[in-house]
Write a protein that binds this ligand. Structure first.
Ligand SMILES: Nc1ncnc2c1ncn2[C@@H]1O[C@H](COP(=O)(O)OP(=O)(O)O)[C@@H](O)[C@H]1O
Ligand SMILES: [Mg+2]
Length: 265
């Protein structure tokens, strides 16, 4: 899926088009909101008082977006990703993910939302050291009651997506940092989640690996239609994103659609 922002298209079946009305922005036409945030505020207790990490955030993301929360350290990126990932709830306002209101979910319901529909990629990949690459990727499928043959097919496919099918039997200690983050991508993607949340996924990688990782994710976004939402302050990552939501002091400072047509080689 290429970025559809800024493209204009004739509405099918339009009769006698008036120029101004015959064209619509397909970004608005095709939108299917997968994440909706309305007036989201998050306050943490600090000492005797409170600290507002997010302040009145209203935003939505469409299915298939490749977007990032960008901004300096402490601007609220991780706090917002945690709310979208149903790991935390807003203090005020509403966060809807895949039609579910996060703060209304029971512990079990939010675990189910995460297990079936969300993939997580973190700065630290946290692979389980005693398990092989294969077993690390298979792990989330064990919570889903799938047969051994279905699991094997899904795990090998996910390892192929990230180019690690030959590393399946290695232990995490025997692979490089870049390969470790590829395993983390395979682990997030093996369930074919609708949404992948990636919190500073390149922070521990060198430039070459950072580019390779983000290109792999972009390919999966295009081929599978998975929605990706990053948190990052890495310029390399930003150069691939279709939309940059700039956060500053817990507020949306700017929401920018990026047209790559003139940028990508
Ligand atoms: N559990 C918490 N308790 C108190 N303050 C927190 C907590 N989590 C985050 N914060 C504060 O909220 C602000 C935003 O944090 P965070 O979302 O982690 O920012 P970012 O990911 O953009 O670096 C920071 O000032 C941070 O110190
Ligand atoms: Mg963070």
């Amino acid at each position: 899926m290429r970025p559809v922002a800024y493209t204009k298209q004739l509405v099918p079946g339009t009769k006698n088009p008036e120029p101004d009305f015959a064209y619509v922005n397909t970004f608005n036409m095709k939108q299917e909101k997968i994440i909706t945030l309305e007036h989201v505020t998050k306050r943490f207790p600090v000492g005797d008082g409170e600290f507002a990490a997010l302040r009145d955030i209203t935003l939505d993301f469409q299915k298939g977006e490749f977007a990032g929360l960008v901004g300096p350290s402490g601007s609220g990126k991780t706090t917002l990703l945690n709310i979208i990932g149903s790991l935390d709830s807003p203090t005020e306002g509403t966060a809807m993910v895949m039609g579910k209101r996060i703060s209304a979910l029971s512990h079990k319901q939010s675990a189910r939302l995460r297990n079936l529909h969300l993939g997580f990629i973190f700065q630290v990949f946290n692979l389980l050291p005693v398990y092989t690459v294969y077993e690390n990727v298979e792990f989330s499928l064990l919570l889903q009651n799938r047969s051994a043959s279905e699991r094997k097919k899904a795990v090998m496919e996910a390892l192929e997506w990230v180019g690690l099918e030959k590393m399946a039997n290695k232990k995490p200690a025997k692979i490089s940092g870049g390969e470790g983050q590829r395993v983390a991508i395979a682990r997030a993607m093996v369930k074919r989640p609708e949404i992948v949340l990636a919190d500073e996924p390149t922070a521990n990688l060198d430039a070459k690996n950072a580019h390779a990782i983000i290109q792999t994710m972009k390919k999966l976004n295009e081929e599978l239609g998975t929605t990706f939402l990053f948190s990052t302050h890495d310029e390399k990552v930003m150069s691939y994103l279709d939309r940059l939501v700039h956060l500053n002091d817990g507020k949306v400072a700017q929401d920018e659609l990026v047209n790559h047509k003139t940028k990508t080689p």
